[in-house]
Design a protein around this ligand. Structure first.
Ligand SMILES: NC(=O)c1ccc[n+]([C@@H]2O[C@H](COP(=O)([O-])OP(=O)(O)OC[C@H]3O[C@@H](n4cnc5c(N)ncnc54)[C@H](OP(=O)(O)O)[C@@H]3O)[C@@H](O)[C@H]2O)c1
Length: 442
């Protein structure tokens, strides 16, 4: 019997994800090695604090506080960057890729910010850069888009990409809890990132949407060009009104093609989705990504979007692809050039303008409770060619103020944003109108 070749792996970071990768490679080693036809040797692990107590034990001589020594170690074939951040992680990744190594990452913020440079370096150095764990954790969505659906052009990709926001919205809806109370529970369970804005203001979703848009269209969209709204302004009242109107509210990252495929738009915002849609019923910490390909039609991929095990599963999946490359066994499609695979579709693609992006809208207004106010509001909306589809006015009012919930017929972002700006100017409208999008995707 021939001896299996040995593939050497270095981990940079031994936190939630790094410990998971180590633990699961150890636990499933024999099955994994049989499937891959190689032995996996975890050579070195970089951490910040050597003295930290860790749930997963590791021989002290395998630890280092010098992550660059892993990137530059000629014995190491695969570097897993699992430390996070965009400064040191970038330097280390560039060094490893310069050295021709295969780098596996879960670092969505880094790819979103420096993806173009990192993939270019991977090509130039003869290395590869894999990032399955950076989007939707345990759902192998990168592989689905890159390989399984390679025959398609993608007119629409959208999804619930942040489990923390989905958990908060689900509990608010199911238990009639306020945003603040639910956030406290999410913090206690360790679901919220140390920098809470990443989750709650939509930036984490935006990082993932940017990566998906690159993958689908070969275009790096700057995060500055992505309108990003999180969930912090959603009230229990909005969730209840949405429910009465037949919708649930989900935070979505949306990558849509417009102008017959000549332009794309990437956006992140809380969205009203009809209750009978599959996406509306993906609850709790689960993620879901709907991919609409011109040949295959639409399909929804659902799974655990983060956490130690789901993310480790994705990292180890990439390690397996890396082993395939190193052993020169038949390669999964597209791995020879992870950067350029989709550029024929996207090389000339533009960013869409606000006029190109349409939907129905939900508006919550706080208005003076007196005759004539509704006429003022209707006039402003008509001036911008936005027509009202439905209106709800609760019976109770306080201090002569009342809430007005309006939904509109199909309009576009430019018209609705102009409408909101003019409504805010009205004397009888008491705060900035709160706007949500209503989508009717398949
Ligand atoms: N957690 C998730 O569910 C999840 C899901 C998807 C993607 N990700 C991404 O995965 C990456 C890692 O996340 P995580 O949750 O595992 O983070 P984490 O628990 O904070 O772990 C970070 C690890 O990096 C090490 N580290 C930090 N700075 C270092 C330095 N200068 N030198 C050497 N080691 C250093 C830390 O060392 P010490 O242990 O000594 O402090 C720690 O082991 C991030 O990019 C994150 O966005 C995470």
């Amino acid at each position: 019997m021939s001896k299996k070749p040995v593939v050497k792996i270095g981990l940079i970071g031994f936190g939630v994800v790094g410990e998971g990768v180590w633990k699961h490679i150890q636990q499933n080693r024999s099955a994994l090695e049989r499937r891959l036809g190689a032995r996996l040797q975890l050579v070195k692990v970089a951490v910040q604090d050597m003295k930290k107590k860790r749930k997963v034990q590791i021989p002290p001589d395998q630890l280092t506080t010098d992550p660059m020594s892993i990137a530059n170690n000629p014995d190491i074939d695969i570097v897993c960057e699992l430390m996070g951040g965009t400064t040191l992680a970038k330097k280390i990744t560039l060094a490893a890729l310069h050295n021709g190594k295969i780098v596996v990452t879960a670092n969505k913020a880094l790819i979103c910010k420096h993806g173009a440079q990192l993939f270019k370096t991977a090509r130039a150095g003869g290395g590869h850069y894999f990032y399955e764990a950076s989007v939707a954790g345990g759902i192998p969505i990168i592989k689905v888009v890159r390989e399984g659906l390679v025959a398609n052009r993608f007119n629409l990709i959208y999804g619930i990409l942040n489990g923390t926001c989905n958990y908060i919205l689900t509990r608010m809806e199911r238990e009639n809890l306020t945003f603040d109370k639910t956030l406290i529970a999410a913090r206690e369970l360790g679901y919220v990132e140390a920098d809470e804005s990443l989750d709650l203001d939509g930036w984490d979703t935006a990082h993932k949407a940017v990566i998906l848009s690159y993958l689908a269209h070969g275009k790096w969209v700057s995060i500055k060009d992505v309108p990003v709204e999180g969930i912090v302004n959603i009230t229990l009242e909005d969730i209840q009104w949405a429910n009465k109107l037949g919708f649930k509210i989900k935070l979505l990252g949306i990558i849509s093609q417009n102008n017959e495929g000549k332009s794309i738009f990437v956006r992140v915002h809380p969205t009203l989705i009809r209750k009978d849609k599959i996406m509306a019923n993906v609850d709790g910490v689960y993620n879901a990504v709907s991919v609409n390909g011109d040949i295959v039609g639409s399909g929804i991929h659902i799974g655990r979007g983060a956490g130690q095990d789901a993310t480790a599963s994705a990292v180890i999946g990439d390690v397996a692809d890396a082993v395939n490359i190193l052993l020169r066994t038949p390669q999964p499609m597209g791995l020879e050039d992870t950067n350029e695979l989709y550029t024929p579709v996207g090389s000339n693609i533009e960013l869409s303008s606000l006029e190109d992006v349409s939907s129905q809208y939900y508006l919550r207004l706080s208005v003076t409770d007196k005759p004539g106010v509704l006429a003022e509001i209707s006039t402003v909306m008509a001036n911008h060619d936005v027509s009202i589809a439905s209106m709800i006015q609760p019976e109770e009012s306080s201090n002569q103020k009342t809430t007005l919930i309006l939904t509109t017929h199909q309009s576009n972002e430019k018209r609705i944003q102009d409408t909101v700006r003019d409504l805010e100017e009205l004397k009888n409208v008491h705060q900035k109108p709160f706007l949500l999008r209503i989508v009717n995707f398949d």
